[in-house]
Design a protein around this ligand. Structure first.
Ligand SMILES: NC(=O)CC[C@H](N)C(=O)O
Length: 308
């Protein structure tokens, strides 16, 4: 049996020492203030053992990783009708691309690019007030991680609300095509706030467990989604979770994964583990530079790639 604790600690030490850290996101002013020296890795295995390295209990802005969980909620609410509002093909474009949305008449290519995630948020919001929808998303995260302390960082949400002109353009564009049901400001308000949820790698890895175990959280026995749905969410993470860097992530890491511009990545090793990594510096596609390298090391050493 490989010693996962040791491997995780060694990877964290190696990553801490590397000078090539990528660049922190600056288009959300509050994220520009984050120290690029941070690094954390947490792996929860089948038995619930959590192996940690680095700052595994430091909370960071999960940003687009929240889209895995909003997709899960929206599928629960709308079922397969969700796919009338959003596609499920890789985009090959940056996460905030506007051209693609115009070409495809307001239907976003997948639920993980910004336009797609905004459409998914709109589905969750319908029939509720924004506060209720946000409460539902936050309660879901707390339930999955079994941790009532998880919260939203209001400063990050306000920062994006002030500067999120591109997302506003995407949302208005979809509204013009009738893809959004709710007032644009309401949908965006919920979207910016769920992106601003702050979690540590330990909390995130625990929250992702249901995706590694056929839709069921093995710790609590709660069935979150059906095995088929878990498999499909993993498939979308594999093909779309890193935007135009998804091919490279599959090639190097070989696991379903979802990144966020806060520098976090949630990766799922089916039937083996739920993994969260954080390093705030990003590569050119807006994905964590050292986060990806750390996951590549981990899957190589453990032989965890889903491609054998
Ligand atoms: N890739 C990301 O994490 C982007 C999320 C960010 N809130 C945005 O909408 O731009």
């Amino acid at each position: 049996m490989p010693d996962i604790d040791l491997i995780v600690r060694e990877i964290a030490e190696e990553m801490r020492a590397r000078p090539d850290r990528g660049d922190v996101a600056t288009y959300i002013p509050e994220l520009a203030r984050v120290d690029p020296a941070g690094f954390a890795l947490a792996v929860v295995d089948v038995d619930g053992h959590v192996a940690v390295g680095g700052d595994a209990d430091v909370a960071f802005s999960i940003q687009s990783i929240s889209k895995v969980f909003t997709l899960t909620l929206a599928l629960g609410k709308a079922g397969n009708r969700l796919w009338e509002r959003v596609g499920r093909e890789p985009s090959g474009s940056p996460f905030n691309s506007i051209v693609q949305l115009e070409n495809e008449r307001g239907i976003p290519r997948n639920p993980f690019i910004n336009a797609g995630a905004i459409a998914v948020t709109d589905v969750i919001l319908s029939g509720h007030q924004p506060k209720e929808a946000l409460g539902e998303i936050l309660r879901f995260m707390r339930f999955l991680a079994d941790d009532p302390t998880i919260s939203m960082d209001d400063a990050v949400a306000a920062s994006e609300q002030r500067t999120g002109f591109r997302n506003r353009a995407l949302a208005n564009y979809m509204k013009a095509f009738g893809v959004l049901e709710n007032p644009v400001d309401y949908t965006l308000g919920v979207y910016f706030h769920h992106c601003a949820i702050a979690m540590s790698c330990r909390q995130l890895a625990l929250a992702g467990r249901f995706l590694a175990h056929g839709g069921r959280n093995p710790a609590t026995g709660h069935s979150v989604v059906s095995p088929e749905r878990a498999r499909r969410i993993n498939a979308i993470m594999m093909t779309c979770g890193h935007y135009d860097g998804s091919g490279e992530f599959a090639y190097r890491v070989g696991l379903p994964g979802k990144s966020g511009v806060g520098g976090g990545i949630l990766a799922i090793a089916p039937r083996k583990a739920s993994i969260a990594v954080w390093s705030p510096g990003l590569d050119a596609s807006g994905n964590s530079h050292l986060g990806r390298i750390a996951l590549e090391r981990l899957t190589q050493r453990l032989g965890w790639s889903v491609f054998g």
